[in-house]
Design a protein around this ligand. Structure first.
Ligand SMILES: [Zn+2]
Length: 115
């Protein structure tokens, strides 16, 4: 489960940030995840519980923002949102295969709240 590794590096950053700000507690962590990032939300939640245990971030609210995949079609000169899973992108307007992914691979910390 590579979500543990992802969460460990995110948590290292969160705790470093908390220490630098002399926080007593991390109250909220928000992660932004694209639907093409290749991670499972449930596994991330589990990983957060595991890696935050015994740290300043224990019991913090953990939120995940999902970014839908957005793909650019050269023929139409337009982007479309792909809301189904998978890595084959077919433009709903012209039916062409498109490979230019504009959004959906995000895997980043978007917010850390502490007090
Ligand atoms: Zn098109």
């Amino acid at each position: 489960m590579h979500e543990i590794g992802i969460m460990e590096s995110a948590m290292t950053f969160v705790l470093q940030h908390a220490t630098e700000n002399r926080a007593r507690k991390v109250s909220r962590v928000v992660l932004r995840i694209g639907t093409l990032a290749g991670v499972e939300v449930e596994s991330l939640r589990f990983a957060f519980d595991v890696v935050s245990r015994g740290t300043l971030a224990e019991n913090a609210d953990f939120e995940i923002e999902i970014v839908p995949a957005s793909v650019f079609c050269q023929g139409c000169n337009d982007e479309f949102i792909q809301d189904t899973a998978g890595y084959i992108f077919i433009c709903p307007t012209c039916g062409d295969l498109c490979g230019e992914i504009r959004r959906g691979r995000e895997l980043e910390l978007s917010r850390i709240e502490m007090n």
